[in-house]
Design a protein around this ligand. Structure first.
Ligand code: CP
Length: 348
């Protein structure tokens, strides 16, 4: 149904997709995104990235702080010839003077894609319901899908010779965070073995394991949730994340007592992993808590390649979710508009 409107935007986009969780995408679709990342990364190396986001804008709503997600989306938009708008709660009326629904409708009329980081998943869901442009989840308390693209792409780049993703075991050290959940659902989609290694109190909730069960039945992937630190000996990838999020500062002492020292990633722990194992960390890292500086700087650490690949991923996301909407006007149409506008300007 076409809404009555004088809008110049292309509303009611057919087959529009949002990116809320990686579970909503097939392996083949994620493979396409990886291939696009590969191509865009090669183009960036040659400083020759095609202007596939030219004249377009991404609205970036940040309710919570960010270095990588903000800078990577902003840089990606610029590299691709477009523009990014940083919108913090201080800058817009979201949820205060204006409903999330109306915010989504207005942003959809002016920009081409909306990215949101929020501690309130309902905001992501409301944006998704009302937006007529793709909504990208830049991290809520459930999922961190853009991080997943960068993570698996980085693992592929550093794959042991002769291996495929399905041959690998990844251990997530610590709390069942949004990143941990996202890794469970994404790694198993690729037939990988996933382990969460952490204290029982902070292990993955059953609802996420139920989702993973369905994925594993299809892909042959598997998971293990354990507090047994010796299980790192079975792992090709060791993954670190903060032991507490910004909304959990009041639990900090209790959490650190539960996780430290057993679940801290150290050079000694890396030595207990499989030969050639790599260290990933979504960052920001606290090198006095979940990972030591020595481990983060070890030759097995690819955490900063992973951080750079956030930019590779965001370039691919901006293109993947908007490329079908690009209508390249003929030179004739451009000339017609130019002539009409210039004729009018001469009358001023
Ligand atoms: N890993 C990650 O999302 O980093 P930022 O919080 O800096 O965006």
């Amino acid at each position: 149904m076409k809404l009555p409107s004088s809008s110049a935007t292309n509303l009611n986009k057919e087959n529009m997709r949002h990116m809320i969780s990686m579970k909503d995408f097939s392996k083949s679709e994620i493979d396409d995104m990886f291939e696009l990342m590969d191509l865009l990364k090669q183009a960036r190396k040659d400083n020759a990235v095609p202007q596939l986001f030219k004249g377009k804008s991404v609205a970036m709503i940040f309710e919570a702080g960010s270095t990588r997600t903000r800078v990577s989306f902003e840089a990606a938009a610029t590299i691709l010839g477009g523009h990014a708008l940083f919108l913090s709660p201080r800058d817009i009326h979201l949820g205060g003077k204006e409903s999330v629904d109306d915010t989504a409708r207005v942003l959809s009329r002016m920009t081409d894609i909306i990215m949101a980081r929020t501690n309130t998943p309902e905001i992501i869901d409301a944006l998704t319901n009302m937006s007529t442009v793709p909504v990208i989840n830049g991290l809520d308390t459930r999922f961190h899908p853009t991080q997943m693209l960068a993570d698996l792409f980085t693992i592929r780049e550093h794959m042991p010779k002769g291996k495929e993703l399905k041959d690998l075991t990844l251990a997530f050290m610590g709390d069942a965070t949004d990143v941990c959940r996202s890794l469970l659902l994404t790694c198993t989609k690729y037939g990988m073995k996933f382990k969460q290694i952490g204290p029982v109190k902070y292990q993955m909730e059953q609802e996420w394991l139920d989702l993973a069960d369905d994925i594993c039945a299809e892909t042959g992937g598997s998971y293990e949730i354990t507090d047994d630190i010796d299980k790192v000996s079975e792992c090709d990838v060791i993954y670190g994340d903060s032991f507490y999020w910004t909304t959990q500062y009041d639990e900090k002492d209790e959490r650190l007592a539960a996780f430290m020292p057993d679940y801290v990633i150290t050079t000694e722990l890396m030595a207990r992993a499989k030969e050639g194992a790599t260290l990933l960390h979504c960052l920001p890292a606290n090198d006095k808590e979940e990972v030591t500086r020595e481990a983060l700087e070890g030759e097995y650490s690819v955490a900063f390649d992973e951080a750079e690949n956030r930019l590779t991923a965001q370039m691919a996301i901006l293109v993947y979710f908007t490329h079908k909407d690009i209508v390249v006007p003929t030179a004739e149409v451009v000339k017609q508009h130019e002539d009409k506008i210039n004729k009018f300007l001469k009358t001023l």
